[in-house]
Design a protein around this ligand. Structure first.
Ligand SMILES: [Fe+2]
Length: 225
C-alpha cells in the first residue's frame, strides 16, 4: 500500500518547514543526560586513581591493554577460589532480536551473579578494590569487570537478566550507551552510572580513541528474564 496523495504531500511539505526551523542541539550530546533506564548516582570516585589502577592491572593480565577493535575484558570478582573462568562467565544469558522476523531469542546460559563474591586476589592492592567495596554498600554486586570497547565497535542489541553499574575509566564523546529509546554519553570523570540493562541496550564507541569502563552486574533475586 502506498500513501502519496497530493494532500499528504502538501502536509509533509509543511512539516518539513517546521522540522527545519530549529537547528539540532550539538553541544549537550557531549555530556551526560539522564533518562528512562539511565541515572547518575551520588557517589563518585577519583578518576586519576582509577586510571593508575588500570595501568597497573594491565601489567598483571594477558589482555595487554585497551583494544583498537573488538572487545577486551578482565574480571575483578570471581566465585570464591575459582581461578579459571568459563567462556559463558564472560557473557552469560541474554536475549536478542537478530533478524527481520523480530523474534526474541535467548543466547548462552544463565550465570549466578550472586556467586561472584570474591575480589580477585591479584588486584587486591589496587584502587579497584576500594571502588568495589564502596559500590557493594549500595547494592549487592555480581560479576565486576573492566571492559574495553574498540574503535567503531558496538555490542549486540540485547537485554540482560540484571542491571549494571558503570564507572567509565577512559572515554570519548563518541562513546554512547543506549537503553531502549534513550541514548547518552557517560563521561569518565569518576561518576557512577546505573544502566537498566534489563531493557534493550547496546554500548558503542564511535570515537577515535579507546573506551574502558568498570562494569558491575546487580544481581536480582527475581530476574525479569
Ligand atoms: Fe548487556
Amino acid at each position: 500500500m502506498t500513501s502519496t496523495s497530493s494532500a499528504l504531500i502538501a502536509s509533509d511539505r509543511a512539516r518539513m518547514a517546521e522540522l527545519l526551523e530549529h537547528a539540532p542541539d550539538t553541544e549537550s550530546v557531549a555530556s551526560f543526560t539522564p533518562g528512562p533506564g539511565i541515572a547518575k548516582l551520588d557517589v563518585s570516585f577519583d578518576i586519576e586513581k582509577m586510571r593508575e589502577a588500570l595501568q597497573v592491572a594491565l601489567t598483571r593480565t594477558d589482555w595487554g591493554g585497551p583494544v583498537d577493535d573488538g572487545f577486551g575484558a578482565f574480571s575483578l570478582t570471581r566465585r570464591p577460589g575459582v581461578e579459571v573462568e568459563t567462556p559463558n562467565d564472560l557473557s552469560g544469558l541474554f536475549y536478542t532480536r537478530v533478524d527481520d522476523t523480530y523474534e526474541e531469542v535467548p543466547r548462552e546460559e544463565r550465570v549466578d551473579e550472586f556467586a561472584f563474591t570474591e575480589f580477585v586476589p591479584r588486584f587486591e592492592d589496587l584502587y579497584f578494590k576500594e571502588v568495589w567495596q564502596t559500590l557493594s554498600q549500595i547494592a549487592p554486586l555480581g560479576r565486576t569487570r573492566v571492559l574495553s570497547k574498540g574503535l567503531y565497535n558496538c555490542n549486540s542489541w540485547h537485554r540482560d537478566p540484571e542491571p549494571r553499574l558503570h564507572v567509565p575509566i577512559i572515554s570519548n564523546p563518541g562513546s554512547l550507551f543506549v537503553v531502549n529509546h534513550h541514548v547518552t554519553h557517560l563521561p569518565a570523570d569518576g561518576s557512577v552510572y546505573f544502566t537498566d540493562t534489563r531493557g534493550y541496550h547496546t554500548a558503542l564507541n564511535g570515537g577515535e580513541s579507546e573506551r574502558v569502563h568498570l562494569v558491575a552486574a546487580l544481581p536480582q533475586s527475581n530476574p525479569t528474564a
